[in-house]
Design a protein around this ligand. Structure first.
Ligand code: NAD
Length: 266
């Protein structure tokens, strides 16, 4: 099948693990965009999947806007409690994360652009320089006034000791996790590296993301417009399925290893 044919395609045309694996295996440079779905098998819930935090609690997104966080101490107190209890502190990487380490060892991984804040790609063994955390990390806290960064463990120790909304030790400013909330700008250097990696690949694989958050989702279009083949691995439909060469609605921990296994390894 021509990957860019204009005839109307059905899902059956593109639900082809063999085709997707062939695309990935024959590519010299693969860029991977990951989302919360790659970490659900490690016990970290996503936002918009059937068991997602926002699917279950539609009021939750309000906590993730920077204006509400700055204006409302109660929102911050709740956010610090959530951070203290976050499953990322004990989660272990799964087969999906490890498959991307294998791809890197094969010398074909251009970059991982991750929307995740959990650090599981690095924990699995991915080279930190190849992991662009486009929405930041939960492993650090940042002061919203002086930008001082502090290991999250140090701030959570203060929460455990009874400080409900621990201020910055340098300037007394409001602190939050070093993640991007709605209304906050992305780090321009991380965004630039992510766009570059998306333009500069043969195959772009979007994994475990509903592709509803911009500008991260638009990287699929950046890669496609630059000539890359798009592969989507996600349990539910995404807005970019229509331009994908392959769409695999299978569990990630089972599917991703099949895509990166070298011929003869299977
Ligand atoms: P999302 O919640 O919008 O979508 C996740 C998608 O993954 C859903 O479509 C779901 O059906 C699919 N999915 C879940 N588990 C799967 C599995 N095992 N196999 C196949 N598909 C699976 O997530 P998003 O697109 O990344 O956007 C949400 C935002 O939430 C991101 O900005 C991210 O920073 C943040 N987030 C991160 C984490 C994390 O770091 N682990 C967790 C929750 C949310």
């Amino acid at each position: 099948m021509s990957l860019r044919s204009s005839r109307v395609r059905t899902l059956a045309d593109v639900t082809d693990v063999g085709l997707a694996a062939e695309l990935v295996r024959s590519a010299a440079r693969v860029t991977v965009l990951t989302g919360a779905g790659i970490s659900t098998e490690s016990g970290i819930p996503d936002f918009r999947g059937p068991q997602g935090l926002w699917t279950k609690d539609p009021a939750a997104p309000a906590m993730f806007t920077i204006d509400n966080y700055l204006a409302d101490r109660d929102v911050r107190v709740r956010a610090w409690r959530n951070r203290r209890d976050h499953p990322a502190w004990t989660a272990r990487p799964n087969a999906g994360h490890r498959a991307l380490v294998d791809l890197e060892r094969q010398g074909r991984l251009q970059a991982i652009v991750t929307q995740n804040i959990d650090g599981l790609h690095q924990a699995a063994g991915s080279e930190p320089e190849l992991v662009h955390e486009i929405h930041g990390t939960i492993w650090e806290a940042v002061c919203l006034t002086c930008q001082r960064r502090t290991p999250m463990a140090d701030v959570l120790a203060r929460v455990e000791a009874g400080e409900e909304d621990p201020p910055c030790r340098s300037c007394d400013g409001i602190q939050k996790s070093a993640t991007i909330s709605f209304g906050q700008a992305l780090d321009p250097a991380v965004l630039e590296a992510s766009v570059h990696a998306s333009r500069d690949c043969d195959v772009f694989v979007a994994v475990g993301t509903s592709l509803q958050v911009q500008p991260a989702a638009s990287l699929c279009g950046v890669a496609y417009d630059a000539g890359a083949s798009l592969v989507v691995v996600n349990a539910e439909p995404t807005p970019y399925d229509g331009i994908a060469a392959a769409v695999l609605r299978e569990p990630i921990g089972r599917t991703l290893p099949r895509l990166v296994t070298e011929p003869g390894d299977a």
